[in-house]
Design a protein around this ligand. Structure first.
Ligand SMILES: [Mg+2]
Length: 242
């Protein structure tokens, strides 16, 4: 492993598919809740079209200089593209609330995560950085699973305006942790957002493949390699508490 654990001060975590499972099953459940709400508001909803639009919206920041959207603009766009109408604010608000609730509902704390974090917290400070357009959804889901108070800082792309791998969200987290990048390890499942983003900042990177991600990125020529790879979060105990 290229970094020396004795020099590391902070462990920084991604959320989906790193601390919690957020893969195809969770995304499909969210899409079905959206479909139900849209049907109630506007009548029959084309589920295949909904999936195409949402999949495009999920990938959109990477094609737009890492600019993050808001839940409001995403929901407004969804209604407009499926039904061909300019939505009223009340309809957008209803859909935003649906997305918020379905996200918080779908988040579950896997067995072992809390005890692992308890062990690691004796030695390390924790940071948190997630790509998601809504900070409230992330904070309330962390609260639901009992993790809201374990992090020194919680940074969400929706609050920063840029998604990982852009430097801005990493800089925001690092400035609040007050450690140099080389003193921090970022643990994430996304090759582009997490591994390339953190390595570009001068941080150390651990790539986790515990869960099936919704988006899969293949390594490209010239990409940074992670400093370590794990198949399960529990392996952090062996790596970081030798
Ligand atoms: Mg992730």
């Amino acid at each position: 492993m290229p970094f020396t654990t004795g020099k590391i001060k902070a462990l920084c975590f991604d959320f989906g598919n790193t601390l919690i499972e957020f893969g195809p099953k969770q995304v499909a459940r969210q899409y079905s809740v959206l479909e139900r709400t849209l049907t109630e508001l506007f009548g029959s909803c084309d589920a295949a079209r909904l999936k195409i639009i949402r999949d495009r919206q999920i990938a959109a920041p990477l094609n737009n200089s890492c600019r993050e959207s808001t839940l409001e603009s995403l929901c407004s766009e969804l209604i407009h593209e499926i039904y061909g109408v300019t939505p009223e604010k009340s309809h957008v608000d209803t859909l935003v609330q649906t997305r918020y609730e379905s996200f918080v509902n779908v988040v579950k704390l896997p067995d072992g995560v809390l005890s692992l974090l308890n062990k690691l917290s004796g030695r390390y400070c924790f940071g948190f950085l997630s790509n998601y357009p809504c900070g409230r959804s992330i904070r309330d889901s962390l609260k639901k699973i009992g993790l809201l108070n374990v992090f020194k800082t919680i940074v969400v792309s929706g609050d920063v305006g840029y998604v990982k791998p852009h430097a801005r969200p990493f800089e925001t987290m690092l400035s609040q942790l007050d450690f140099s990048p080389s003193e921090c390890v970022y643990i994430g499942d996304n090759w582009v957002a997490d591994v390339q983003g953190s390595k570009k900042m001068g941080m150390n990177s651990i790539f986790t493949t515990q869960y099936v991600p919704y988006e899969i990125f293949k390594p490209a020529k010239g990409d940074f390699s992670p400093d370590a790879r794990i198949n399960h979060l529990d392996e952090l105990e062996r790596l970081m508490l030798p």
